[in-house]
Ligand binder design. Sequence first.
Ligand SMILES: [Zn+2]
Length: 347
Amino acid sequence: MKRKALNIALSGVLLSSGVVLGTGVNSVSADGPNYNGNETIQNERLHSYSEMVKLLERVDQQSENLTLEVYGQSVKDRDLYLAKFGENEENPTILFLTQQHGNETLTTEAALKMIQYLSTNSKEVQNILENVNVLIAPRLNVDGAEGDVNFPLDDYVSGTHTRYNANGVDLNRDHVDREQPETKALHENVLQKYSPDYMIDLHHQGTQVTKGEDGPLVSGSILYPTNETVDSEVLEGSKKLGAVVYDAVESKGYGTLSKYPGGTANTISRNGLANEYGISTLLFEMRGMADHYREDYVLGQKSNGYLIQQGVVTMKAALKAIADDSIEDADTSFWDTLTQSYYHGEE
Ligand SMILES: [Zn+2]
């Protein structure tokens, strides 16, 4: 914690004195250190598939709150898990989806923490689960996350995780045709079966995203559905969900959010699920990836702590606001002035 605070303070000085960030071996960045091309990436600190399954099964045995379901299998025949909390038809339902892209790992680490949190019997959790049905689908791309794919990862920085599924398909461009078993299972056995009202789709982006061209590095970026055919009430729900998350994350010392410059295609879940099922969706892109063939996308492990926490803060804020209905009063006007992301990496 002390080191993080120091980094933020230092980077403020560097920024105000006009020194360019991201150059030199000992560069200091606004949101903690990132990969400098001269260190080992320690992705073994993350939950492997078998470790994730072990955790889910242990929590399932220990907690009455959790119902664990297998909703399908991946290309390489790994089971896909859904953690369910509450099934009251009177209550709204939210889905947290993580790791459609296998190299965007801390989203799942945060989801596993949420699953453990919701399996406790605290007053806070009881209050949430009396008022909200929670679905958590951690790690849709289980094969890409294991690096168990039908193409080589020789040019990747770490060679352990990839964006694509085993067939080399981007699952977050497969939400219309659903040609891959992972997306097909998600649609048929989660989305169509449980009809969520809200969804937060958690991802990671490159490491060098700033708030506008001259602003600080961001800890994350958010966006609502941008397809023009999305129902206006669904869109308003998305913007309110975004307002709740924005307020919660920005109130943290590490929290700096920009508006993600996303496209309008329905093949992307943020758009497609809002359009097809009327789900109020929010995209949350956290900083940096576990692995990539582009060095400027890889963050390394040194910032894992606060980024996982950012995911937890995001999900908890959404649950509390839906549980006490305060989401209905969320002020969406911040979207009109939220600064767009700017990317400083190589083209
Ligand atoms: Zn992604």
